[in-house]
Write a protein that binds this ligand. Structure first.
Ligand SMILES: [Zn+2]
Length: 580
């Protein structure tokens, strides 16, 4: 199967109007020939993202997010560029079924893909042994816990029998011991290579693209060892970067407009038992910044549903402080039972778990309750601490009425009116630092090259390179684009560029206030001359540097001559510029 061709990508891009596509995700407003909307890529309240209908690109003036239609979709949906092409193709009814979309275009490190293969083989084997006679008592146990065959299938639950069964299987399949050890399905000990998960129930963990990267494994039967163990960190499994079930849940979350965050894989499965699928787990109670960033990428509200025990409630507090710092929209599931999801089903039934998952309170309400237990409000200094902590969180509340109400409640509890210092509206828009790469002359040249093939040809004759490396890369992309077509569409050129910084430069150029409107040979030549002169200056500086470092009079004289020659060259260029 062939990869999606450039022509096909251009066809999809030209059929998909960027404004129409963005409007499928966020409401947009017309503004002259263009459109604006609230930027979904930063915490935006006023529309900062503008969509150019002419150029078919978007750009946020606050956070700098920019690109063409594929760039928007891949960013919004948190999917790869290729996945976004397929997605947009579906929207505009272009058939891409004959193309290979399974292999991501991004190069996968061979060591990473070796681990994926080992893990997939381990899944296949442990799934098989669960269904074999070796696993019959395990299946009974799973059924007893309410995990029926459809869930076993869905979560690819398997069984790793004892006596190094998995290692023997993988070894027979000719996997290299090195890859097996690196995947952490086996470990090297003084007595040889042994299974890490012997006699355990195996639940595979995937990355957000769905590659199998690790396992969480439960001890089968009673024993001394830990009840749950996970794969140790490997080059493709960094614990704090992974969210369990993300690749399955993300589609459902888009429909339900929320994601339920739970502690463990078994909690995800418990919710699946009652038909709730928009559930993911942090695999442990400590949520990291990377995990919160992943959750943000879903663009839906997060409902935190940790266990109702003390550890769970403390974990919600830690999560909330981090999440509110990162401007994540979230609520807290009010689990007062002190139980985990499975225990709730067992004790109160399926309906209770379903209804619980919809009972949420705000972060501020959670905090009032949580902190009142931690602080003694009869004590003045503790009361001050309490008020300050709450104030810092209340300030982040978006809805004015909720904010007012929270301050009122805080005042009733502490007698402090914390509003006074903070009611002035803060305008703290971060202005994007323009990534000005290169000189004005380089900008002029690139802009004209984008406008006309003639300018591009002239560039090849006159200069053939640009001093700034990012500018030079863009020049090469432009030359390459003219090999296929006589005109350039910025939105198409964007799809061809691999480097983020080059894409940024292109968008900056297309948005450059001083950009020329048409190819002007005189202006173009002047810009080329400027660059030549600046290159000569650079060389003269280098030679001067050299001359100051050497003592040999002969060599000094030689370099001196070179400098004079360069200066003459420069004079000629400058004179020529004046005559014209
Ligand atoms: Zn933005």
């Amino acid at each position: 199967m062939a990869r999606i061709s450039e022509e096909k990508i251009r066809e999809i891009r030209s059929k998909a109007d960027i404004a129409e596509v963005i409007a499928k995700y966020v409401p947009i407003t017309r503004k002259g020939r263009n459109y604006v909307c609230v930027c979904p890529f930063h915490d935006d309240h006023d529309p900062s993202l503008s969509i150019s209908a002419d150029k078919q690109i978007f750009k946020c003036f606050v956070c700098g997010a920019a690109g063409n239609v594929f760039g928007f979709v891949s960013r919004f949906e948190n999917i790869s560029y290729v996945e976004s092409i397929v997605k947009v193709a579906e929207m505009v009814h272009v058939d891409v079924s004959e193309y290979d979309k399974s292999e991501s275009y991004e190069k996968i490190d061979p060591r990473v893909s070796a681990i994926h293969k080992v893990n997939q083989a381990a899944i296949d084997y442990t799934n098989y042994s669960l269904k074999s006679s070796l696993g019959s008592s395990v299946v009974d146990y799973l059924h007893q816990r309410g995990i029926q065959d459809n869930l076993i299938e869905k979560f690819q639950i398997g069984y790793n029998p004892p006596n190094d069964a998995l290692y023997r299987f993988l070894h027979a399949k000719k996997f290299a011991d090195k890859d097996l050890v690196e995947s952490n399905v086996v470990r090297l000990t003084s007595s040889g290579i042994h299974d890490v998960f012997a006699n355990r129930i195996m639940i595979p963990i995937h990355d957000r693209q769905g590659h199998p990267i690790a396992f969480t494994a439960r001890r089968f039967g009673s024993g001394e060892e830990a009840k749950y163990i996970n794969t140790q960190e490997t080059i493709c499994y960094i614990k704090g970067n992974v969210i369990f079930n993300y690749h399955r849940a993300k589609e459902i979350c888009r429909q339900t407009k929320r994601v339920l965050l739970v502690e463990g894989a078994m909690d995800v499965i418990a919710f699946e038992k009652v038909g709730i699928g928009d559930v993911v787990a942090t695999l442990g109670t400590a949520c990291t910044k990377e995990q919160i960033a992943l959750l943000k990428g879903l663009h839906v509200r997060v409902d935190v549903c940790y266990d109702g025990d003390e550890a769970g409630i403390n974990a919600i507090y830690k999560f909330g402080i981090l999440a509110s710092d990162m401007n994540l929209e979230f609520e807290v599931v009010n689990n007062k039972t002190g139980l985990d999801p499975d225990e709730i089903i067992e004790k109160y039934g399926r309906e209770e778990l379903i209804s619980l998952s919809n009972k949420t309170i705000s972060w501020i309400d959670f905090l009032f309750e949580y902190l009142q237990k931690k602080y003694n409000l009869e004590n003045y200094s503790q009361r001050v601490e309490f008020a300050k902590l709450l104030q810092s969180q209340i300030e982040k509340v978006r809805e004015q009425f909720a904010k007012e109400q929270a301050y009122k409640r805080l005042q009733e509890l502490t007698q402090f009116d914390m509003r006074t210092q903070t009611q002035t509206k803060k305008v703290s828009q971060k202005i994007v630092q323009s990534s000005k790469a290169g000189s004005a002359a380089e900008y002029e040249i690139l802009s004209e090259m984008l406008l006309s093939l003639q300018a591009c040809n002239r560039f090849k004759e006159e200069l053939g390179f640009l001093p700034h490396s990012v500018c030079n890369k863009l020049a090469i992309y432009i030359i390459d684009a003219y090999r296929k077509s006589n005109t350039i569409e910025i939105a198409d050129l964007l799809s061809a560029i691999a480097e983020e910084e080059v894409r940024e430069l292109l968008i900056e150029l297309s948005d450059w206030d001083l950009a020329p409107l048409e190819y002007n040979p005189k202006v173009f030549k002047d810009a080329c001359t400027k660059i030549k002169i600046s290159c000569i200056d650079h060389e003269i500086n280098k030679l001067n540097d050299l001359i100051s470092k050497i003592s040999d009079p002969l060599k000094k004289g030689e370099i001196g001559n070179q400098i004079i020659k360069k200066q003459q060259e420069k004079m000629e260029l400058m004179n020529h510029q004046l005559i014209q």
